[in-house]
Write a protein that binds this ligand. Structure first.
Ligand SMILES: Cc1ncc(COP(=O)(O)O)c(C=O)c1O
Length: 430
């Protein structure tokens, strides 16, 4: 008979260190679990919570799936090189040259098991415990990475009128204290993008700060630019990068990127970091010890997909259209409710798979917090959304993230009247 260990305690804080004890679990996963429960009871929920894709709505490129199967068949099952399969690093190099207009040396490109290890690797390679990270909120997971590093943080709260993007005026007073500045565009959770003017001003300030530090023999301020959603931009919004705007900032900039969002491939786990070889080579060493490589068949297949210029362009165009039509439908629906006098507003979608929506209901009908609004929308309208609190924002401002990767157009069209009815019922009960 097997030794029965099934009763081992689920929790014993004495067993773990301070960092792990203090790490906060994902708020979004908690909400997603609530929705799963409702769905299991037979409720049809318009699930706008997960930053993921439903494979039914957004399948991966057929050539990517086939390429992975072929690579497995061909026996590509041993360790990949710790900085990634050479073919893939070369195809990332060409991809950046072709679409972004920047050519990096191969030593400036490292492959990992998704974008998360690239972020972790950047924090790990740049920071010492006690160093300071500066990042705007709302933003995705910087609070958790800062915590894992034992770093200090300076959090800059942004404003809806600036599309929740930071300005140089907000950041500049804090830059002298920081070792790492984290920016993201298109931004999770807001679906907004930084303008060329705003990013250029910030990058010029980073360069000026680093010139001053160099003359004092101090370590530079590094810029982490997470642009994992850069292929998903809509309308007039144009994705810009620090290094094309201010070439001198390239020596301090690490890009975070990968196939998760661009190719609807969150489960395949292929990401890359691009930046100065002096940082990228250390990230490779850190990630090598963690073993955070992307699986080899996925790497081999991704290289082929990126090099298929016509196929990639076509796929990315279709992704953009399909994400955009969903975001537009939601945006127009919220705009109509606003015109009808309801206390709601949305920011026009610019990029990523998200829409920022304010349900301005705090203090109305007994709703005291964003979480209370979230629960009401879920219960009364089967409308699942995530409050900005899950992205580091402290105040209950009524702002929420709506994510469209896992819903069909029909689900959105069905949900909008339910949403309107629930808001009206709540207001009339007030
Ligand atoms: C802004 C941002 N960066 C990075 C990631 C992580 O991507 P990956 O799934 O490739 O680890 C996400 C995932 O949601 C994200 O929203």
């Amino acid at each position: 008979m097997a030794l029965d260990l099934t009763q081992l305690p689920k929790r014993d804080d004495a067993n773990v260190g301070t960092m792990a004890r203090g790490l906060v679990g994902s708020e979004i996963l908690r909400i997603a679990a609530e929705i799963r429960e409702l769905t299991a009871q037979g409720r049809k929920v318009c699930n706008l919570t997960v930053g993921d894709f439903s494979p039914r709505e957004f399948p991966i490129p057929a050539s990517l799936g086939q390429g992975i199967a072929n690579a497995l068949q061909a026996g590509e099952t041993n360790y990949p090189p710790s900085d990634g399969v050479l073919d893939l690093r070369q195809s990332v190099q060409r991809f950046y040259e072709r679409i972004l207009g920047v050519k990096y040396p191969l030593e400036g490109i490292v492959i990992a098991g998704g974008a998360r290890p690239i972020i972790y690797g950047t924090y790990r390679a740049v920071l010492d415990a006690g160093d300071t990270v500066i990042y705007p909120v709302p933003s995705w997971n910087n609070n958790h990475y800062t915590h894992m590093m034992g770093a200090k943080e300076i959090v800059v709260a942004t404003h809806p009128d600036q599309g929740f993007m930071p300005t140089v005026e907000q950041l500049a007073p804090h830059l002298p204290q920081a070792r790492l500045l984290c920016l993201c565009s298109p931004l999770n959770p807001t679906g907004t993008m930084i303008s060329a003017e705003a990013l250029q001003a910030i990058c010029e300030r980073v360069v000026a700060e680093n010139r001053a530090r160099q003359s004092r023999g101090q370590k530079p301020l590094i810029l982490m630019y997470d642009h994992i959603y850069w292929t998903l931009s809509f309308g007039q919004a144009k994705h810009v990068t620090p290094v094309t705007l201010v070439p001198e900032v390239a020596q301090y900039t690490v890009f975070v990127d990968g196939i998760s969002k661009a190719f609807a491939s969150t489960g395949l786990r292929v990401g890359w970091g691009v930046g100065p070889p002096s940082i990228i080579s250390r990230m490779r060493d850190v990630l090598g010890h963690v073993g955070a490589w992307a699986p080899k068949p996925e790497q081999v297949a991704t290289a082929r997909v990126l090099d298929d210029v016509a196929g990639t362009d076509e796929f990315l165009k279709t992704m953009r259209l399909r994400v955009d039509e969903r975001l537009e439908a939601l945006y127009q629906g919220i705009a109509r409710m606003r015109e009808a006098g309801l206390p709601v507003r949305a920011i026009a979608p610019q990029g990523a798979i998200y829409l920022s929506v304010q349900f301005d209901l705090v203090g109305k009908a007994g709703l005291q917090s964003n979480d209370a609004i979230r629960k009401m929308l879920l219960e009364k309208a089967s409308f699942g959304v995530v409050p900005f609190q899950a992205f580091g924002l402290k105040d209950d401002t009524g702002w929420f993230r709506l994510s469209v990767g896992a819903v069909s157009m029909a689900e959105i069209q069905d949900a909008l009247p339910r949403l309107e009815a629930a808001i009206r019922a709540t207001l009339s009960a007030a």
